[in-house]
Design a binder for this molecule. Structure first.
Ligand code: FDA
Length: 314
């Protein structure tokens, strides 16, 4: 992990920092790099362009930490409309859905008292039922470690009805190797990422090399299993390791995916898309603050670029 990451993630939790970041016009330029737009009218042309370049997509309607039921219901309504819009773009698919939605259970009400996990599970069930009809996949994002048990509980419960439902695992968590073993069974779709939240050393590896090693161990388990690994990283070392494991295990290009975030390593995305399944995670919506600060924290150069722009315009 870069040494500034925890500092940036901690600072981003301050309401003052939020006011500064969201209140300046220059932020809009940075947001545009990582976020496809505020509404579906801006999102859909971006999705069309990505699909036309042989890349598949997973769309995230930005929002997290929903605090009231009405907000959770509004999120479900937006996802239902989104799934319908994506169905129209799906085209011929074979076994792999060209379009997918990524969902945070905290946006579906997971934190609501007293029965948040049950509310989120029911809301996700509604989305999955619509997704089946539309031929669109769903994958559940991973949030901070206090939610991991509840999130994987929801995924396991719904997989009985929707075996294609995907889940994200974070290699920086000590528990993830065991989770990979448990979830690498037939048809299980697992998106493996490094992890983007600020986590204590009691539950997560802190050093970059430790996270990379954990990712490699987890990837080996997933590639050796019977599921469908989704290799979500921009790290050249891990992409190369995935390519080697694919060759060793004899997986065809239809039995795993490379995945990257919208706005990051576009040329590499196109290279991978030429001979593999390559999916781009595309966020949209007005609630971009949490997403943006995680992207800034991953790469201090992004923050430097942002601060330089802020100073030069002020
Ligand atoms: P690393 O951070 O080491 O980056 C490797 C290289 O990629 C960098 O050297 C740079 O070139 C480029 N790069 C990476 N991040 C960049 C950035 N922000 N700006 C510019 N360049 C950048 N996390 C989570 O906790 N829960 C989740 O559900 C998800 N979901 C998810 C889906 C998908 C499809 C991806 C690709 C990632 C996630 N993540 C996530 C985020 C993930 O945990 C991680 O924080 C980022 O992917 C960055 O880690 P890398 O593996 O890319 O390595």
């Amino acid at each position: 992990m870069n040494p500034l990451r925890p500092v940036i993630l901690a600072a981003s939790a301050s309401p003052r920092m939020k006011r500064v970041l969201t209140g300046t016009p220059i932020t809009a330029e940075i947001v545009r790099r990582f976020v496809a737009g505020e509404g579906r009218d801006e999102l859909i042309p971006v999705v069309r362009e990505l699909l036309a370049s042989r890349r598949l997509i997973s769309v995230d309607f930005l929002g997290e930490n929903t605090t009231d039921r009405a907000q959770a219901d509004a999120t479900v309504a937006e996802y239902l409309s989104l799934i319908n819009d994506l169905a129209a773009l799906n085209g011929a698919t074979g076994t792999t859905a060209r379009t997918e939605v990524s969902v945070k259970l905290s946006a579906l009400g997971q934190a609501l008292a007293p029965d948040g996990p049950a509310i989120a599970t029911e809301n996700l069930r509604i989305l999955c039922a619509e997704a089946v009809r539309a031929g669109v996949w769903v994958t559940v994002d991973a949030e901070d470690h206090t939610t991991t048990d509840a999130t994987l509980g929801t995924v396991c419960e719904l997989r009985a009805e929707f075996p294609w439902l995907g889940a994200v695992l974070q290699a920086y968590l000590h528990r993830t190797e065991a989770d990979c073993r448990e979830l690498s069974g037939a048809d299980s779709r697992i998106r493996l990422c490094k992890g983007a939240y600020r986590e204590p050393h009691t539950v997560a590896y802190q050093r970059s090399a430790e996270v990379t090693d954990s990712y490699l161990r987890c990837l080996e388990i997933l590639m050796g299993g019977d599921g469908y690994p989704m290799v979500a990283t921009h790290d050249p070392v891990l992409i190369l390791a995935a390519e080697q494991l694919v060759a060793e295990t004899g997986r065809g290009p239809d039995y795993f995916e490379h995945q990257m975030l919208y706005g990051i390593r576009d040329v590499e995305q196109l290279r991978l898309a030429a001979s593999n399944t390559m999916r781009v995670y595309v966020p949209y919506g007005g609630q971009w603050y949490g997403y943006l600060t995680r992207r800034l924290a991953e790469r201090p150069a992004n923050l430097t670029f942002f601060l330089r722009a802020l100073v030069s315009k002020s």
